[in-house]
Design a protein around this ligand. Structure first.
Ligand code: ARG
Length: 458
């Protein structure tokens, strides 16, 4: 069955038909399609465009189709062009002529835009929920490791001591922005396009507000040509998804590094690790690597949509059918990646002792040694120079700043006193960084409180 046979004298080419069809992937929109059609039908009846009786029969029929699909009784046949055609055909098969009135004052162009927006509104909320539970896990871990000193890095070189809690909470901030970006994307997705028709609305006295209300939309689209050809919301979603992927990928990269023998900062739980078919000793962080790898798909989905849309004249063009697989892939990728990442992180064990040891090497307290001299009156640039020479001395003698005697210190500046040891202890280095946004327990506790409040409020 076709929705457009009338104008054609000849059968469609079989290969063309298969090429043109989208049912293999848009069948996942069956529920949105039916719910949209129910709202459309009740509007048509309310506005007197179809009879009350036809309206009731159509809605009854649509509800039965939904039930039958959901119970597995009705299989969605892939021989048909798309999900819209399938549902309409089912309806007509079941209720006859009334079914043929369903599509009054509607086009598949506004219908598919509606279905996609409904689908994505749900998908966005689902992804936000899983982000939130990951954010909770990060916050709990940060609380557990609020005092665990580790080296902070720049250029992958040991830089200054931080805490594991502080390091973890950096990812909370990224995910919080991702969450808020999705909220923003939701706002622009929450616009009801039905009634735009093929491109120029229709001549029937329809009530678009009524449809929007029934379907829980916050707004009605303002320009019919835009509404049927706008896929910004899908692009924006894929952009949010790509950003989430990028953030998870950075986190994964660190977890992969940290689980190497060279770092040994963490150990992944056996349940989230894999082995090697040849090397019996191996325990590989495949989950983290795979999530890092899947970021490539998410970027691809975004590029697909941007590229599909870039040359399209107004209004609807069939190119836009290509939006679905990209969006679905992004949704599926996040739907699987975020929970598995959460479980992996939740079960990983952190080696606080190894992290502390790493922070004790590599002169992570050199800045604080320079600051010590500054507090005694030396200009910072000069103090930087003195400590630089002190570091070279340590390197030449296989020592660390904390191994030096006061005499050795005094050899570089007579401003050094007994209290230098206290000043450069890692604990002092961290706890003195109590500026808002800093790693000190005092500051991090504030950040953790804010994080908990954010989670509570969402
Ligand atoms: N399968 C189509 C899509 O996904 C539905 C809209 C078709 N509209 C049309 N005029 N052929 O975009």
């Amino acid at each position: 069955m076709k929705l457009w046979g009338g104008r054609f004298a000849k059968e469609a080419d079989r290969a063309m038909e298969r090429f043109n069809a989208s049912i293999a992937f848009d069948k996942r929109l069956y529920r949105q399609d039916i719910e949209g059609s129910i709202a459309h039908t009740s509007m048509l009846a309310k506005c007197g465009i179809i009879s009350e009786q036809d309206g009731r029969v159509i809605i009854e029929g649509l509800k039965n189709i939904l039930n039958d699909i959901e119970s597995g009784q009705l299989k969605i046949s892939e021989d048909i062009e798309d999900i819209h055609t399938f549902i309409e055909q089912q309806l007509t098969d079941r209720i006859g002529d009334a079914g043929r009135r369903l599509h009054t004052a509607r086009s598949r162009n506004d219908q598919v835009a509606l279905d996609m927006r409904m689908y994505m509104k749900e998908a966005i909320r689902g992804i936000q929920r899983s982000l939130l539970s990951l954010m909770q896990i990060i916050t709990d871990k940060a609380q557990d490791h609020i005092d665990a000193i580790m080296p902070g890095y720049t250029h992958m070189q040991r830089a200054q001591p931080v805490t594991l809690g502080h390091h973890l909470m950096a990812y909370f901030q990224m995910l919080k922005r991702d969450y808020e970006r999705l909220d923003d994307c939701y706002k622009r997705t929450d616009v009801m396009p039905l009634g735009s028709g093929a491109l120029a609305t229709s001549t029937y006295p329809i009530d678009r507000e009524y449809v929007a209300q029934q379907l829980g939309f916050g707004a009605v689209s303002e320009n019919s040509m835009d509404a049927v050809s706008d896929r910004d919301f899908a692009i924006e979603f894929c952009c949010c998804a790509a950003m989430i992927g990028m953030h998870l990928s950075r986190f994964c990269e660190e977890l992969v590094l940290w689980s190497s023998v060279e770092f040994n900062f963490i150990e992944m739980d056996d349940a989230f690790s894999t082995g090697s078919s040849i090397m019996p000793q191996k325990k590989n962080p495949d989950v983290a690597e795979l999530i890092r790898g899947k970021t490539g798909r998410l970027y691809g989905d975004l590029m697909t949509l941007l590229t599909v849309m870039k040359g399209l004249p107004l209004a609807y063009n069939k190119d836009m059918q290509e939006d679905k697989e990209a969006v679905f892939d992004a949704v599926d990728t996040l739907a699987i990646s975020i929970p598995i990442f959460s479980a992996m992180l939740d079960t990983a064990s952190f080696h606080e002792d190894v992290m502390l040891k790493a922070a004790q090497g590599g002169f992570t307290n050199a800045t604080d040694a320079a600051d010590y001299l500054v507090k005694k009156g030396m200009p910072f640039r000069q103090a930087h120079e003195v400590i630089g020479r002190l570091v070279v001395y340590c390197l030449d003698n296989g020592k660390d700043l904390s191994d030096l005697s006061l005499e050795e210190y005094r050899g570089f500046s007579d401003l050094f006193d007994e209290d230098v040891m206290q000043a450069i202890s890692l604990d002092t280095c961290v706890q003195n960084r109590k500026v808002y946004g800093g790693p000190a327990r005092q500051s991090l506790s504030v950040a953790i409180e804010h994080a908990k409040a954010f989670i509570r409020q969402h």
